[in-house]
Design a protein around this ligand. Structure first.
Ligand code: EPZ
Length: 416
């Protein structure tokens, strides 16, 4: 089990390049199943989850060719519409092959993802949507068995906003017979990036980025060339780290228009932020001020930034409420932050965080991807050394994080 050791107290300074978005790359890689041609992707982040998705597609017969952040996927020879449990259990996003497999091959056998640290995370909305499009679905021995001669367009209402639910059904509808309406759809930028890529492949999609998406099915889709959008959560994570350490950093190859609520909260906390084109500059003088945070579907404050703001509030001036409305168990980082001296009370889905003037380094354990990012930020600000265990969680979603942080002056090293 690898660990990260961090000596706190160094303000982050300098420039860092933001990688492609994990949560755009994963669904877009699955879109390769929808065509027999080549899907040529660039700005693909080199992450553990991306490698897992590539291996999952390869065992279905997709040919993959990777050179750094370039990836070509050839769905032509795909012939095994199955996603086995041992691959799905390590990465829930594997559920994103379900829609494309049924749409292109008329059948799929995909393991139920099972729960994960942050919640039960059911996939009932994915299944209900495919059934509305005419798929015969039954679940046995932990697998989703789906069959459909040809999916038919349908009107589908999401009673809960679901990012991958919207993405799965958008991909399925792209090859269905007729028009599909997705209502109360997710508006996340990663949904829009997938829609862009599908349009480049010949799909007829409109309304992406709003809560109603219309897809008119076509007979077949072609290959395309697509560059993955920047990762807004990696961007937000580095900005919070700079604010917490009282530093001054510039992000490059990113976008400010998809981070508005996060930038607003950082400004409220006292940071000075300047966005120009694909760069965002943040300077922080003195101690941050506490800011209230309430997560909700885009364009509201993202749940994937909740843990990062928890640690900012833990060392800020004042007290703040952090409310998590998306997942039922996304406060596991609280226990670990308390080991570093944080004063946090938890009541259901609400935390009251009272800022302390300093955190103290200690041994802590990562529990999920964004919680591990929060602990890294805690280590950067804590007095003394913090050692974070189980950092495989971190490697799933942050490309070369210790190299990027070292480049900004952090005293951080990976312990084998
Ligand atoms: C996506 O997960 C992201 N993952 C998550 O990022 C992110 O936290 C989440 O959206 C919310 O923004 C990817 O895009 C690969 P949901 P997803 O379906 O799609 C409930 C990260 O850190 N729900 O939008 O799985 C669900 O339980 C990860 O990068 C159902 O009840 O999330 C949750 O309470 C973590 N039934 C809520 O909806 C369903 O069929 C939102 O979940 C589907 C979801």
């Amino acid at each position: 089990m690898q660990k990260l050791a961090i000596q706190g107290g160094v303000p982050l300074r300098g420039e860092v390049r933001i990688s492609g978005a994990k949560n755009a790359a994963l669904p877009i890689m699955c879109a390769s199943l929808l065509t027999a041609d080549a899907l040529q992707l660039s700005n693909v982040p080199e992450l553990h989850d991306v490698a897992t998705m590539r291996k999952l597609l390869e065992q279905m017969g997709v040919k993959a060719c990777v050179r750094g952040s370039e990836m070509s996927l050839y769905g032509g020879q795909a012939n095994k519409p199955e996603a086995p449990y041992d691959m799905v259990k390590t990465m829930r996003a594997a559920i994103l092959v379900l829609g494309p497999l049924v749409a292109r091959f008329g059948e799929a056998r995909v393991s139920l993802p099972g729960g994960c640290a942050i919640g039960s995370r059911p996939v009932d909305l994915h299944i209900k949507g495919l059934q509305a499009m005419g798929a015969e679905i039954h679940i046995e021995h932990g697998y989703i068995h789906a069959q459909a001669k040809r999916l038919k367009g349908a009107r589908i209402f999401f009673d809960i906003v679901s990012v991958t639910g919207t993405e799965n059904l958008m991909m399925a509808a792209a090859l269905a017979d007729g028009v599909t309406l997705l209502e109360n759809a997710a508006r996340e930028p990663e949904v829009v990036d997938l829609a862009r890529c599908l349009r480049e492949m010949g799909a007829k999609i409109s309304g992406d980025g709003t809560d109603t998406i219309t897809i008119t099915g076509v007979e077949e889709l072609n290959g395309a060339v697509h560059s993955i959008m920047p990762d807004r959560i990696e961007s937000g994570t580095f900005l919070v780290a700079a604010a917490a350490t009282g530093g001054s950093i510039t992000l490059t190859d990113t976008r400010a228009d998809i981070l508005e609520t996060v930038l607003e909260k950082l400004t409220e906390a006292g940071a000075q932020i300047r966005a120009e084109g694909d760069r965002i500059h943040l300077e922080m003088h003195g101690r941050p001020k506490s800011v209230n945070v309430r997560t909700a579907p885009y364009p509201a404050f993202p749940t994937d930034m909740q843990a990062q703001f928890m640690v900012l509030n833990a060392m800020a001036e004042g007290s703040a409420m952090v409310v998590e409305t998306i997942f039922e168990n996304r406060f596991m980082h609280v226990q670990e932050l308390r080991r570093l001296g944080a004063l946090i009370d938890v009541e259901g889905n609400t935390c009251m965080v009272r800022g302390v003037d300093h955190l103290e380094g200690a041994a802590v354990m990562a529990t999920d991807l964004r919680a591990s990012a929060c602990l890294v930020i805690a280590g950067l600000v804590a007095q003394g050394e913090t050692v974070i265990d189980r950092i495989y969680h971190l490697d799933r979603g942050y490309e070369h994080i210790e190299a990027k942080l070292s480049q900004l002056g952090a005293n951080i090293r990976r312990l084998k």
